[in-house]
Structures are given as C-alpha cells and as structure tokens.
Design a protein around this ligand. Structure first.
Ligand SMILES: Cc1ncc(COP(=O)(O)O)c(C=O)c1O
Length: 413
C-alpha cells in the first residue's frame, strides 16, 4: 500500500477535533498583540489558553527591548551550532544567570525544550542503565524515553508505592555498571498537580538514583523566588537535573537544563539535538536575559498570578464547577460529557461571552469526561475574571455535570 494512502486511514489522537474543527477547536488563530485580550475570528476574546503566566509577553518594556535588539542583531546571527561557530558571550552569560536563578552550579541552554530534553535523556543513559518515569509524563519525556537505550520502567502517576516498587525492581535488575535515572515533572500541565518530588527523593538514600525534573510549568511561577517546584516543595537540592523552558513564564522560545558542571560538560559533547543544530539566535538570547532579569526584579508578578488564580478558582467553585485540586496556576475544570459537550462549552464561551478556553476529551482524559483548562496570568484583570465567571455561570445548565469520584481519582491520583 502506498505510504501516503495509508496515512489517511491512521486515526489521529485528536480525532474529531482535527477533522471537523480545524481553525476553531484546533489551530485557532489568536491575533493582535499578545495579551489577556486578543482577537479571534475578528472579535475580542479574553484568552485563558496561553502560558504567558507572568505577563512577560505583553510587557511594554520587554516589547521595546525586543524591537531594539532585533534592530541591533540580525535574527540569523550567530550561524552554526554552538560547538562550531554559534557560541557567544551572551549565550554563556545567559547560562550563568539561569544557573544562579535556579540555584544549581551550572546550566546548558537548549534550542527547544522538547528536543532538548529528549536529547538529554538519550545522552544520560546507556544500554546498561535503567530509566524510570511517571506514566503521565509529557510527550517530550515519552519520546526521550523511546530514544534512550536503557531498560525502562514506568510508575503510576504520582503514586509513591508504585514508584518505590519500580525503583526496587530497578535495583534488583541492576548490573554492576547500571545506574538509575528517574524522570518526572514538577508541575503537570494538564491537571495542575505537582510531582511527588519530596517523597521520591526520600527514597534515594536506600535506592540511589539521579532525578531529572521537567519543570516547564513551574519555572518562574513556583517557589518564593520563581526557582521552581522543588523550591516550593522544599526539596530542590534533591533534583539532580532541573529542566525549564522559556515557552511559558518567559513567553519566549528555548529552554535549559541546570545541574553540576561535569554533567553540563558531558551534555555539551553528547546531547545530539543541540550539537548538530543551529544555536539560538542572538535576539532570543538577549531577550531571555532581559526577561530573566525582569522576572527576578518583579516578584509582584508572581503574587498577581497567584491572586488571579485564587479568584478564578473560587469563583468557578462558587458557581458549582469541579475545579481539580491543582497546586500550580493551571486551573482544570472537570465535567462529565463527550467531545460534543467539550465543543459546545468552547463555542458558547467564545461566541456568547468573548471567553476563549481550550478543552480536551478522551484520550487525553478518561472516556466520558471533559477537561476545560484555564491558564490564569498576571496580566488578567478582575474584569476579565468576572466576565469569564459570568460566561461559566450562564452555561452551567449544560456544562455542570458531576464526574464520579472514581474517575476523578484516576486523574489526580
Ligand atoms: C511539561 C513540558 N515539557 C516540555 C515542553 C516542551 O518545551 P518547548 O515548548 O520549549 O519545546 C512543554 C511544552 O512547552 C511542556 O509542557
């Protein structure tokens, strides 16, 4: 069979969403300057779907800096991979500043978070090693695991007994030259629950392992200084390799891992997607430095983010919605229903109330449930929150369906 013909028969994980909803439910175009209010299909909407947690992307000082820096440096420069011709003082300075921000000895800048962490996982373990990961890990960890040559064990989401079982199994299976790498997330982006890092780290003494934490949603938002979920949970030192992306709180592109210098040196020579790819352009690097320094200078952005998060959640709960007990700003509303209900909620909120939310259904969440995910940011105002709550109030006749405790437990472990 012709390969291209065969592709037409392959089911897409997004199913009906992609086949019928292109441009509306999937690949929608949010236009106008980035911010809490943007244009969708020509109409103003309050946006709860972008991860600009701290409002950095809509900050005027950042925008002006970006304009200046793009004029001063071309978007091409530096050309080549960092290993060859693509390095600069700014790339190195940014790494020093990131390491300092997340309280680790050293850091390595990554072109993209997704490929970066895949390569880091791939590089860290060889065929003698054992890789243990959370079953609800982000796709980039799953793909990194596929690349890795190590033996792989998976544990039930945030289940310490399941983790301990796999860890003991790993140690039982270990050869004399085996090492164990554990990968999980700091803050899970769909359900908003935090990785059980402290409990996992407590097992290190008896069953040694190295811990890599993907803190995409936690960097900048969690911890009193923004240094992430480990700081928030009081176990940051137990994270051996900390991963953060610029794609969320920094509202940029690029990412980093922070760890011991000897590991950074190793990755500089072995993380293939970074060695054999063009380095991050200078305006992005300069802007990342600027954004980091502003995030550090403005702890009140984080406070505003949390204050907005609390207002949004308590408002939704007062109406009667089932807001999952998320511990990071991600605000997931769970209801019972099908893809049709998910689409109806999204459509009515957008068309009747100017409120743009994203929703997911099976297979991302258990069959028969709908998850509406709202991402509050520091840039949302009380009026945005109130207008959104009014929207949710007016659709509650269709949207408020309780999910059984058993199904909810499945999602929040
Ligand atoms: C948990 C998690 N890890 C990694 C990534 C990938 O990062 P990037 O967008 O920088 O490629 C994302 C998405 O941004 C994410 O949500």
């Amino acid at each position: 069979m012709d390969l291209f013909d065969k592709l037409q028969c392959r089911p897409s994980p997004l199913g009906k969403f992609t086949s019928e909803g292109y441009g509306y439910y999937t690949y929608p175009k949010l236009e106008g300057p980035l911010g809490p209010v943007m244009k969708f299909n020509g109409k103003d909407v309050i946006v709860w779907s972008i991860n600009d947690y701290l409002g950095v992307g809509s900050n005027e000082e950042v925008r002006e800096y970006d304009r200046d820096i793009a004029r001063d440096y071309s978007l091409s420069s530096p050309m080549g991979a960092r290993l060859m011709t693509g390095n600069s003082d700014d790339h190195e300075k940014l790494e020093e500043e990131l390491a300092d921000f997340v309280h680790k000895p050293d850091a390595l800048l990554l072109n993209y978070g997704y490929q970066g962490i895949m390569s880091v996982i791939h590089a860290l373990v060889d065929r003698n090693d054992i890789l243990i990961y959370d079953e609800l890990s982000h796709a980039c960890i799953v793909d990194g695991k596929q690349l890795a040559m190590a033996e792989k064990f998976v544990f039930k989401h945030n289940d310490i007994d399941s983790f301990a079982k796999q860890l003991k199994r790993a140690h039982r299976n270990a050869k004399s030259n085996s090492s164990v790498l554990v990968v999980t997330e700091g803050a899970f982006g769909m359900t908003g629950d935090l990785g059980i890092l402290k409990e996992m780290i407590a097992l290190k003494e008896e069953y040694p392992f190295r811990l890599l934490v993907d803190d995409a949603h936690g960097v900048g938002t969690m911890g009193d200084d923004g240094s992430g979920t480990g700081t928030h949970l009081g176990c940051h030192d137990g994270i051996d390799i900390y991963f953060g992306t610029f794609a969320k709180a920094f509202a940029l592109i690029g990412a980093f891992v922070a760890t011991e210098t000897r590991v950074v040196e190793f990755l500089k020579a072995n993380a293939r997607s970074q060695i054999f790819a063009k380095s991050v352009p200078m305006p992005i690097v300069k802007s990342a430095r600027k954004r980091l320094s502003m995030i550090r200078q403005h702890p009140e952005w984080r406070e505003q983010l949390w204050s907005n998060t609390r207002k949004l959640r308590s408002g939704l709960r007062e109406i009667g919605y089932n807001v999952l007990p998320a511990e990071c700003p991600v605000t997931p509303v769970l209801t019972k229903g099908s893809t049709d209900l998910c689409q109806l909620i999204m459509r009515r909120l957008r068309e009747e109330h100017g409120v743009f939310v994203s929703g997911v259904t099976y297979p991302v969440v258990p069959k028969g449930t709908v998850l509406i995910r709202l991402i509050p940011t520091a840039a949302h105002t009380d009026e945005h929150i109130q207008q959104t709550l009014n929207g949710f109030e007016s659709i509650k006749d269709v949207a408020l369906n309780s999910v059984s405790a058993e199904v909810q437990k499945k999602m929040t472990a």
